[in-house]
Design a protein around this ligand. Structure first.
Ligand code: PEP
Ligand code: MG
Length: 313
């Protein structure tokens, strides 16, 4: 990292022509959240909750989860923490939880699909996240949404949890924001309808690329085909940002592409509001965005979108 990026890491991320961007860190544990706090990020854009479930031999209790989330929220000291609900399945299994044996786990029972099948597991987590929201600025994010019905069901269960906590006299932030990850082609196409039901979007380009291009993100045989700069992925990103902005909600990105220096100006030009990535990548991305001109980036992005070829990556 060059000296200039380090020196300027604490400055707000504003382009030369005045567009303010939010630059956040992804974290996979409370320890990582604490490390992220040392970087002057605007918050945690993706707090992966899987570690809690993978660390032990049984499902974590509400209390254990509450403590972990609260610890992450506290270390961010008033900055926003976006906690993603359980995203197991696909390539992430749990020894103590028998998932069905599947031929295509990435197209099978994972993430929100498991949570909606097992509302007991889901509610324990939602109650823990809600309780942690009393200690800072928490946002709740649902992964792998492909159906409006899935989102509505998840929000219903969240409301049940809020009602229970109220009755029990347990504190939580009544204004806690909810959002979804956009990581399926279905969610891209339904972005307008989804946007009217949530407070924010975060684009998960790791999964979106794999599902959009039908190329397994972990299979080296198709690695050359797995490219987030594919025009279909870029146009999807653009579509999602526009749909979000039409409904006046911010659109972030927490997939790997958000921390890719080659993509920064393009994503700026597509109108992305929040970039979330591994903490050590943030100073460099901030430096790139602070040196950029938003107006110019918009023009360049519009030009890039016209190409049916992959222009970068
Ligand atoms: C993504 O899919 O882009 C994402 C951030 O989620 P994960 O990598 O945890 O699947
Ligand atoms: Mg994902």
């Amino acid at each position: 990292l060059c000296k200039k990026a380090k020196e300027n890491a604490d400055l707000p991320c504003i382009t030369v022509d005045g567009r303010k961007l939010s630059v956040c860190a992804n974290a996979g544990s409370p320890e990582e959240a604490e490390q992220a706090a040392a970087y002057s990020v605007d918050g945690i854009g993706l707090f992966r909750s899987e570690f809690l479930y993978m660390r032990q031999r049984r499902f974590p209790t509400e209390e254990e989860q509450f403590e972990a989330y609260r610890s992450a929220v506290r270390s961010m000291g008033g900055r926003e923490v976006t906690i993603r609900t359980l995203d197991i399945g696909g390539d992430k299994g749990l020894d103590y939880f028998q998932l069905p044996k599947e031929e295509n786990p990435f197209l099978g029972c994972r993430a929100i699909r498991i949570c909606l099948k097992r509302p007991d597991i889901f509610k324990t987590q939602l109650r823990a996240i809600l309780r942690a929201s009393a200690f800072g600025r928490v946002r709740i994010m649902f992964p792998m949404i492909a159906w409006v019905e899935e989102l509505e069901k998840a929000l219903e269960i969240l409301n049940v949890c809020k009602k229970e906590l109220r009755e029990e006299g347990k504190l939580f932030d009544e204004g806690v924001e909810t959002g979804i990850m956009i990581e399926t082609p279905a969610a891209v196409i339904l972005a307008q309808e989804l946007a009217s039901r949530v407070d924010f979007f975060s684009i998960g380009t790791n999964d979106l690329t794999q599902y959009m291009l039908a190329a397994d993100r972990g299979n080296p045989e198709v690695a050359p085909l797995y490219n987030p700069f594919h025009p279909a992925v870029l146009r999807s990103i653009h579509h999602v940002i526009r749909a979000g902005h039409e409904r006046h909600i911010p659109v972030g990105m927490c997939g790997e592409l958000a921390g890719n220096i080659e993509a920064a100006r393009l994503l700026l030009g597509l109108g992305l509001d929040e970039f979330s990535m591994s903490a050590p990548s943030t100073p460099r991305i901030k430096q790139e965005l602070r040196a950029a001109n938003y107006g110019e980036a918009v023009g360049a992005a519009a030009e890039a979108l016209k190409s049916p070829y992959t222009i970068l990556g």
